[in-house]
Ligand binder design. Structure first.
Ligand code: F0G
Length: 451
């Protein structure tokens, strides 16, 4: 059961299939262009979409909106320091702002950053300064059906090869916990220790992309020998202690609707980052956030490491994944910490990659049920796509088990009719990040084919 009860409710507008067909057509068959009021259960992202606790709302009323030196900053700083033990803590308005500030401060054109798998904004911010982002995740991560307890792990041999061959070009090593772009998969403590040892040997800086650190800590507790008796907070501290700093989007495991931070031990680097922060985000004691946002994050970071919260969070995603697997729906195995990924490539093999199998499944799911999910495949990555996935990202504390049962039934229903689904062709696409605003038309006149 959910280890919390509901104090405030927000109605869901229940729509009919005909209404959803009209809404999706008007949105050019792109769920990003839907009015969110036309969505019944929104699994587009787990970022900034969670429910706040009573304690967070109470703390927010106590927010100090002083321009400089506000009380809320110190509470935020102390909460981040208590968790990470890093000396220098720099608030930003969200994760990608932390990325931009770090990379524009640290990187030169031609530099190389190595990561298990860079998240899209991380990669884009590295490439924006003319540097290269290279992924060195273990081979198992690329095979959806293959189970592995720590499918987010770095391939240490590959990392060492890059460190040896690329030498001075490598500006820093990063590890994303959990590995979002690889399915929300965790990284083991042993693997983080291995990365630390290599960074020491080659004299490289090591940062965590920590936005789902608590979920990663939970998997370590459950799956790695020697951690079963430790608290998630102790495990998180151990992870942070292995790195020199972190980037964080507090919209995930900060349990906040907005916010992020940079944290590190290098005083000189922090000073340079603060310089850029003032230029584009704000004074170092608010970094583009309201005082009440800093309060929400400070409180959220304490709540997110709660054993009962994490047990339910990871358990409910595993339960959804089990329901789908039992019904024969192909998903990325094992399920990750924040999402279940449907393997659309396996579900609708008759749809050519050029006609976007993931879009076909996501759109059928919306029409069937009002559940909004996102394509992660050929539409998002073009010819670079390795897999055709549909992500069901679960916001934190927002939906009940009953909502997730509804989702499972809807996915199972769509899967049963998968052979009848048809693909899409693009009628409009912008130059960059086309998945957000492209428009489509169905390839078959019989659309929508799912019953
Ligand atoms: N790093 C990772 C691993 C992420 O998943 C995200 C965001 C970011 C950085 C950037 O953080 O959104 O606060 O600027 N992921 C969201 C998602 C958008 O839907 O997976 P942000």
């Amino acid at each position: 059961m959910e280890p919390y009860r509901i104090k405030t409710v927000e109605p869901i507008r229940v729509t009919t299939r005909a209404q959803r067909e009209t809404a999706l057509r008007a949105a050019g068959y792109n769920v990003f262009l839907l009015h969110a009021d036309d969505v019944m259960i929104d699994l587009l992202t787990d970022s900034g979409t969670g429910a706040l606790s009573a304690a967070q709302w109470a703390a927010m009323m106590n927010g100090d909106e002083s321009y400089a030196g506000g009380r809320s900053f110190y509470r935020f700083r102390d909460a981040v320091h208590d968790l990470t033990r890093y000396e220098h803590i720099i608030p930003t308005h969200q994760g990608r702002a932390a990325e931009r500030i770090l990379f524009q401060t640290l990187l030169q054109p031609g530099d190389l950053v190595v990561n298990n798998i860079h998240f899209d904004t991380t990669r884009a911010n590295i490439e924006f300064v003319g540097a290269e982002a290279r992924d060195v995740v273990i081979r198992e991560a690329r095979v959806p059906s293959l189970s592995h307890p720590f499918k987010g792990n770095v391939d240490l041999e590959q990392l060492e090869r890059v460190l040896r061959d690329e030498g001075e070009r490598v500006a820093m090593v990063m590890v994303t916990i959990t590995n979002n772009s690889g399915g929300g998969q965790p990284v083991s403590m042993e693997n983080l220790r291995g990365v630390r040892a290599l960074c020491d040997r080659y004299g490289k800086r090591f940062f965590l992309d920590a936005c789902r650190f608590a979920e990663n800590a939970w998997f370590i507790r459950e799956r790695e020998a020697g951690f079963g008796e430790k608290s998630p907070k102790e495990i998180a501290r151990e992870m942070f202690a292995l790195a020199d700093g972190c980037l964080m989007s507090a919209k995930k495991d900060g349990l906040a609707n907005i916010g992020g931070f940079l944290a590190m031990n290098d005083a000189a680097l922090a000073e340079r980052c603060r310089g850029l922060l003032i230029l584009t985000e704000g004074f170092p004691t608010y970094g583009g956030l309201a005082g009440y946002d800093l309060e929400a994050i400070a409180q959220g970071l304490q709540e997110v490491v709660d054993v009962e919260y994490l047990r339910h969070r990871i358990g409910s995603i595993a339960r959804l994944a089990t329901q789908l697997t039992m019904a024969g729906v192909p998903i990325v195995q094992p399920p990750g910490g924040h999402a279940v990924y449907i393997d659309a490539g396996a579900l609708v093999p008759h749809i050519d990659r050029a006609e976007f199998p993931g879009l076909a499944v996501a759109n059928a799911l919306y029409i069937e049920s009002g559940v909004r999910a996102s394509e992660i495949g050929s539409l998002m990555f073009g010819s670079a796509a390795q897999l055709e996935l549909v992500r069901l990202a679960i916001p934190r504390r927002l939906y009940t088990e009953s909502h997730l049962d509804y989702v499972a039934n809807a996915v199972i229903h769509v899967a049963a009719e998968a052979a009848q689904l048809s693909g899409y062709r693009i009628t409009y696409a912008p130059q960059f990040l086309r998945h957000f605003s492209a428009r489509f038309e169905p390839c078959s006149a019989g659309f929508p084919a799912c019953v």
